[in-house]
Design a protein around this ligand. Structure first.
Ligand SMILES: *[C@@H]1O[C@H](CO)[C@@H](O)[C@H](O)[C@H]1NC(C)=O
Length: 132
């Protein structure tokens, strides 16, 4: 019995760790479902990869690109891919919103805070920056 529980735990750990990005702790990985994440540069390259990863973990995303076309395309793409089955906590739907602007523009960065409530349901818990 204890052995079965232990091997189930090990399988779960192995399964999870196979998907964890290099360098990310297991507790951080486990905390992502329903977590509000702001991702600068989340529409291209490594930022898009991380947006896709967070979405697969049922995070609530506001991804910001430099231009509206790319940001909207990235969000549309992600919304077409459901999160990993069983990842979303009960009652939680994945969220992917987008915006476009420059992280170096203080006016824009502050104005974006006005969208936190309507997009994420509050201030981001986490912010990742892949923007240049
Ligand atoms: C900075 O952002 C504000 C608000 O979005 C915008 O009105 C302004 O044109 C931007 N400034 C520059 C230099 O892009």
């Amino acid at each position: 019995m204890a052995l079965a529980a232990l091997s189930l735990l090990w399988l779960t750990f192995q399964d999870a760790s196979a998907q964890i990005p290099e360098g990310m702790s297991l507790s951080y990985y486990s905390s992502l479902p329903a977590t509000k994440i702001l991702i600068w540069g989340g529409d291209t390259g490594q930022g898009l990869d991380m947006s896709r990863f967070a979405h697969s973990r049922c995070a609530l995303l506001l991804l910001v690109g430099k231009n509206a076309e790319d940001a909207e395309a990235a969000a549309t793409q992600l919304l077409a891919e459901p999160p990993v089955a069983g990842t979303c906590p009960p009652g939680v739907e994945p969220v992917v919103h987008w915006d476009a602007g420059d992280i170096h523009n203080a006016t824009y960065v502050l104005r974006l805070t006005a969208r936190y409530e309507s997009t994420l349901g509050g201030s981001p818990d986490i912010s990742w920056n892949f923007a240049e």
